[in-house]
Each structure stands twice: as structure tokens, then as C-alpha cells.
Design a protein around this ligand. Structure first.
Ligand SMILES: Cc1cc2nc3c(=O)[nH]c(=O)nc-3n(C[C@H](O)[C@H](O)[C@H](O)COP(=O)(O)OP(=O)(O)OC[C@H]3O[C@@H](n4cnc5c(N)ncnc54)[C@H](O)[C@@H]3O)c2cc1C
Length: 444
């Protein structure tokens, strides 16, 4: 397909956000009679799914201490359910476990989730353990004080999701150009006029960027600030903070021919355990970490035998990282792999009898990728120029498939969208940064 000289709408990035935006923008244009998918082109420097969207664990959860995330994820689950088969969505639920120090946070999350129409159940004290053993009869750890069960959550297979989204785009006549890299932007009077690509210049009226870990590079190309006064985070005034911080995600896969089933439920919920006061200890009694942070789900993307995929706490890489080559192809970010394998296997064995001794089943190979996080670790969904919209999801976002739908509605209607408002860039200047919560994780 020959690249056109101009397009009304250009979307850059063939990850979940670029593809979802292209698909929904096409539907929005059709529904309002303002155009069709023929008005949209999507540019991807490699192939769709080349970035984080192709390597994510795929968990879809709503465990956020930042309350505006709850409505965003509720909306996103509606999009997953538009065609769960085509998009590979498994609505198995999500079970999160905490200790007494997180009780208040869990109560708030539970209350707000239900208030925005995202049903969850909360179990405290002895009920927490009773609930866990009703799903996993061999759940053997007795000091989980609080459990939240999100019924609408689950996970999606990444390859299936990307293929499903591509099909939706193609069905609505969006043209996807793979192997076309955006190199720079031309502006006139502060507005974008054209996009410089590896295959020539394309003029355009509206540009949407969904660039995952490549966001900081394009933020700079668009002359946005490298540092910010963020206001207050966890009660502390933060000045001149790096705009972007890279984190390496720690994930991996384990063979488990179990199968990983329960009496009630062939495909159990995703489980997530954060115990901030409990060290991780392996079978020989060696302490591996001061606290527990782990999640896992049934099913893997890359294994030929049944297995389990999970992860732990990401690692802060600071404000510089080599993004290319990305993901499993980048050896630089796989260095801690054996330690991670020890860690996740020990965690799983600590909580469920069936996983005792599972270390030998860890699939030793490169896993995962990096993400670019905003100053408060919460997405920025906003215009960066009057006609350039940035979806900077702060690595929250495989699950947040609905962002593209909301952004499309906003672009076509020109009206503010309630769910998007809290994620404006101006929140930092207005002292409305997020980022506070009782957790060791950056995903607050
Ligand atoms: C290991 C790992 C596990 C994760 N697990 C989960 C999870 O369980 N649940 C969850 O919700 N989230 C998860 N995430 C986060 C989630 O994957 C990301 O937030 C999300 O996929 C980002 O989507 P995106 O569309 O913004 O970016 P990406 O998927 O990274 O897509 C960006 C695309 O832009 C393309 N591109 C880059 N530069 C250019 C250019 N100049 N020109 C043209 N194209 C360009 C890239 O090739 C890439 O395909 C995980 C992330 C990682 C790394």
C-alpha cells in the first residue's frame, strides 16, 4: 500500500491504544456522518503488537487507589466485552489480597468501584481466608487480612487482542501502514501541519499518539517540558521532577500441567497478593525480599504446554533507558532473571501447596519489557498541541482499552469527556497530581 500525501487523521503506534483509537474513531465518524475509516491511517514502525501490548501479562484489573481509574477501567471492560472472543478476553475475575495496613485502602476501592458500577466483594478477617480456600482449597497462608474480588476483571491474550483490534480496524476501512516510522513533526503557528516519516511527509489535521515506552522521545520532539513541578505526592512537595521514568517489568512463565483448576472453576480468577509486612522466604528459609508483591494467572502466551504467567514488583531504571530493541529482544533488561525466577516461584509456593517446588518449572528465557511512567505514575490523556492528542498510559494500559473509545468521542464531538478529565496534563500545575496510596508499587 502506497503511503498517502495527506490524511485527515493519523494515529501513530500499533499498540492497544493506537489500534483501539483507530477502530473507535472510524465507528464514531461513521455514526455521526462526519467521515469513515478511510479518513484514518495508522503508522507503525514495526508491526502491530511490537511494543508493550505484545508482551504484557494481559491482566485486566481495577485495583487502583487513584479513584478516577475505576470509571476508566469499567468503561474499558465494556470495550473488552464488545467481542470477547475476537479480543481474547477471559472474564474470570481478579482477587487481590492485602494485610491490615491496606484495609482502609481496600474499603475505599471497594466502595468507589461499586459506586461507578464495577461490582466487587470485600472479605475481611477470617472471611478472607474462607473465600480464598473456596477458590483455591490449598491456599495455605493464613495472614491475609483483606481480599477484594472484582467480578468483571480477568485477562486477555496479547496476540489475540492485537489481532482482534487489527481486524476491527480493517473492517472499518482504517489503513494500517507497518514499517513506517515517524521521525519528526512539522508545526505552523503552534499547530501540527505534517508528520515526517521514514517514507516521506504526510500532511494531517489531527494526530493521535499511542507510543508506549517511546512516548518520552516524541514528547521531546514536540518540545514539551523535560521536568515538572508536580505539587504534592504522598504529602511531600515535589519540584523539578523528571517528566518520564522508565521501569522494567518483572514477569515470567512457569509450566504447570496441574491443570490449574479448582472444583468450582476450571479457569480461576487472576490472583494478586501484596503483603507489605511479610518477607518472601524460599523453601530453604532464605529471605528473598522484605515484602510480597506478586500476581499470576492461568495460561501463557508463548509456551507449548499448559502454564502460568505472572509478575512481581517492577524495577525503577531512572530517566534513561534504551528502548530499542524492545521487549524480549533486549538482553539489557533481562539481567535479574534468575533472581526473579527464584522470587516468583517462592511466592507461589508460599501461598498454594500445589506450587511447592515449582522453581524447576520456570521457563528460563527473556521475558517482558519496559514502560515509561509519568511523574505521578498515572496516565496523561490530553492534547499536547491543539491538534495532537497524547495517550501516555504510564504503563497501566493494556487493560485500559476503552481510552481509545473515549478519545475518539472527544475528538469527533469536540466536547469534554467526564472519564478523561482527571487525566489532563494541567493537573500537575493545578496541584492535582495523583500518586498517593498504601502500596510499594508504582501502579497506585
Ligand atoms: C512486561 C509487561 C507486562 C505488562 N502487563 C500488563 C498487564 O498485565 N496489564 C495491563 O493492563 N498492562 C500491562 N502492561 C502495560 C501495557 O502493556 C502497556 O501500558 C500498553 O500495552 C501500552 O500500549 P500502547 O499502545 O501505549 O504502547 P505499545 O504497545 O508499546 O505500542 C507502541 C507502538 O508504537 C510503535 N512506535 C514507536 N515509535 C514509533 C514511531 N516513531 N513511528 C511509528 N511507530 C512507532 C511501536 O513499535 C509500538 O508498536 C505491561 C507492560 C509490560 C512491558
Amino acid at each position: 500500500m502506497k503511503l498517502p500525501k495527506s490524511a485527515k487523521y493519523i494515529i501513530v503506534g500499533g499498540g492497544v491504544h493506537g489500534l483501539s483509537t483507530a477502530w473507535h474513531l472510524a465507528m464514531e465518524l461513521e455514526a455521526t456522518g462526519k467521515g469513515t475509516g478511510r479518513d484514518i491511517i495508522l503508522l507503525e514502525k514495526s508491526l502491530p503488537g511490537h511494543g508493550a501490548s505484545g508482551v504484557a501479562c494481559g491482566c485486566v484489573r481495577n485495583l487502583y487507589m487513584t479513584e478516577p481509574m475505576h470509571a476508566l477501567i469499567r468503561h474499558s471492560v465494556d470495550v473488552w466485552n464488545y467481542d470477547p472472543v475476537a479480543l481474547g478476553f477471559q472474564q474470570v475475575g481478579y482477587v487481590s489480597c492485602g494485610e491490615a495496613n491496606q484495609m482502609e485502602e481496600y474499603e475505599k476501592i471497594h466502595k468507589n468501584q461499586n459506586a461507578v458500577g464495577y461490582p466487587s466483594d470485600l472479605y475481611q478477617g477470617k472471611d478472607a481466608h474462607r473465600f480464598l480456600t473456596s477458590i483455591w482449597p490449598d491456599f495455605k497462608y493464613h495472614s491475609v487480612d483483606v481480599v477484594l474480588h472484582e467480578k468483571l476483571s480477568g485477562y486477555a491474550g496479547t496476540a489475540q487482542a492485537i489481532n482482534g483490534l487489527k481486524s476491527m480496524c480493517e473492517r472499518h476501512l482504517v489503513r494500517i501502514y507497518s514499517g513506517v516510522e515517524v521521525l519528526d513533526y512539522d508545526t505552523v503557528n503552534g499547530q501540527l501541519s505534517a508528520v515526517q516519516t521514514s517514507q516521506g511527509l504526510i500532511q494531517c489535521e489531527v494526530l493521535v499518539l499511542g507510543l508506549g515506552a517511546w512516548t518520552p522521545k516524541h514528547w521531546e520532539l514536540l518540545h514539551q517540558p523535560s521536568h515538572l513541578d508536580v505539587g504534592y505526592l504522598n504529602g511531600e512537595k515535589i519540584k523539578n521532577k523528571d517528566m518520564w521514568t522508565y521501569w522494567r517489568l518483572e514477569e515470567g512463565e512457569l509450566y504447570f500441567d496441574g491443570p490449574y483448576y479448582t472444583a468450582e472453576n476450571l479457569n480461576p480468577p487472576v490472583i494478586h497478593i501484596e503483603l507489605m509486612n511479610t518477607p518472601v522466604v524460599d523453601a530453604l528459609g532464605k529471605k528473598l525480599k522484605d515484602y510480597v508483591y506478586v500476581y499470576w494467572k492461568n495460561g501463557t502466551e508463548r509456551m507449548e504446554r499448559p502454564g502460568i504467567q505472572g509478575g512481581g514488583m517492577p524495577v525503577n531504571l531512572g530517566n534513561e533507558a534504551t528502548v530499542d530493541p524492545y521487549g524480549n529482544a533486549n538482553q539489557q533488561y533481562q539481567a535479574d532473571h534468575p533472581e526473579f525466577a527464584d522470587y516468583i516461584s517462592a511466592c507461589m509456593g508460599m501461598f498454594m501447596k500445589r506450587f511447592e517446588g515449582i522453581r524447576a518449572h520456570f521457563k528460563e528465557r527473556p521475558n517482558g519489557g519496559i514502560g515509561a511512567f509519568t511523574p505521578d505514575n498515572i496516565p496523561i490523556l490530553d492534547w499536547v498541541l491543539p491538534n495532537v492528542y497524547m495517550i501516555a498510559d504510564s504503563n497501566h494500559g493494556f487493560k485500559a482499552l476503552g481510552i481509545g473509545k473515549l478519545v475518539s468521542r472527544h475528538i469527533v464531538s469536540g466536547l469534554p469527556i467526564e472519564e478523561l478529565k482527571p487525566f489532563s496534563f494541567s493537573r500537575y500545575a493545578e496541584g492535582k497530581a495523583f500518586g498517593s496510596g498504601v502500596t510499594n508499587s508504582p501502579w497506585v
